[in-house]
Design a protein around this ligand. Structure first.
Ligand SMILES: [Zn+2]
Ligand SMILES: [Zn+2]
Length: 332
């Protein structure tokens, strides 16, 4: 407690990862001339399709076959993985919106591995590109290419030369200095297989006698694909369907239902406007579970230096740049 429970105020000028408007305008001009065609990666289509079929079997078993402890275990694992991504890969490692002790970083890395959304260094590099060059050819999940592309299509196609070139320009040296992330990346596949699939299968079988295949399909495949799609919705739906109280000129929106599913990441118009605010939205504890977890960890001294933007700056931004029709409804 003590110093760790203090909250640091930041001004919108010192925002890390604000949109790089000049480069974005240049990329826009370029893409008007020619937009590179997408190259399909059939191997990824096969993997994703198989995983979704397995998840459908798991969904059926979740409702009609699995034992109660397995059902609760799968729900628990969903939120543990989702919050590992939101608190760790996203708010800590992509945005540096707070600082974390070694134990906290190890916990976040395990939770991220449970969600199995690529290793954190790769995740954070993609995400930094997404913020810096939102909705251009340098944004890995450019929502101008449509719902499906920004949801999952970007993972089923080869990265364009432009994406690779721009991704190489993003500074991720801070990530390579984190020994937890380097360890995770070096041993990523065996770690992900163990944490995302083997343990979720073994634990229900060993502790409450669940059938091995039911444990695998429900707590492994269904839970994994559910979490994955919850995160994907932030890149697709939360860039399309909702309101814009903070900046009406950008594609990210406020979306209450994705906020619940993704444990507090649905305040996406706020988040793209103030990317270094650890709260990622003005939603309260009821839906921003990631914020609740982070505040608890700060209280316990595991994380510190949480950054927030002052209400005064937020209100000024709303008045100047927000969509006036929805400015008063953002808490609904
Ligand atoms: Zn972000
Ligand atoms: Zn976004």
């Amino acid at each position: 407690m003590g110093a760790s429970s203090k909250i640091a105020k930041i001004d919108s000028e010192e925002m890390f990862l604000s949109a790089d408007l000049d480069t974005m305008a240049k990329l826009e001009e370029e893409s008007k001339e020619s937009r590179p065609p997408l190259k399909i990666v059939w191997r990824n289509i096969f993997t994703f399709s198989s995983a979704h079929i397995a998840a459908l079997i798991g969904m059926y078993q979740f409702f009609f076959v699995a034992k109660w402890p397995t059902v609760f275990f799968a729900i628990f694992l969903h939120f543990a993985g989702a919050m590992g991504v939101t608190a760790g890969a996203h708010r800590l490692w992509s945005h540096r919106s707070f600082k974390a002790t070694l134990p906290a970083r190890i916990i976040f890395a395990v939770m991220c591995t449970l969600a199995h959304q690529n290793d954190v260094i790769e995740w954070a590099r993609d995400h930094r590109c997404h913020h810096k060059w939102t909705d251009t050819e340098a944004d890995p999940h450019n929502s101008k290419r449509g719902f499906f592309y920004s949801h999952v299509g970007w993972l089923l196609t080869r990265k364009s030369e432009k994406l690779k070139e721009m991704g190489g320009k993003i500074d991720i040296s801070d990530l390579w200095e984190d020994e937890v992330l380097v360890f995770q990346r070096r041993h990523y596949l065996p770690l992900a297989t163990l944490v995302c699939f083997i343990l979720p299968t073994v634990i229900p079988v060993y502790f409450w006698g669940e059938t091995p295949l039911v444990a695998f399909y429900v707590a492994g495949m269904f839970r994994y694909i559910f979490t994955l799609n919850s995160t994907f919705l932030i890149n697709s739906a939360a860039h399309m369907f909702g309101y814009k109280p903070y900046d009406a000129s950008i594609s990210p929106v406020e979306s209450v239902w994705t906020n619940i599913q993704a444990a507090g990441e649905g305040g996406h118009n706020f988040h793209h406007t103030f990317p270094q605010d650890y709260r990622a939205s003005e939603f309260g504890y009821m839906t921003n579970w990631t914020k609740a977890m982070l505040d608890g960890m700060a209280w316990a001294g595991m994380i510190y230096d949480r950054k927030t933007v002052s209400d005064e700056v937020i209100n000024r931004q709303k008045t100047n740049r927000g969509d006036p029709h929805h400015a008063h409804h953002h808490r609904h």
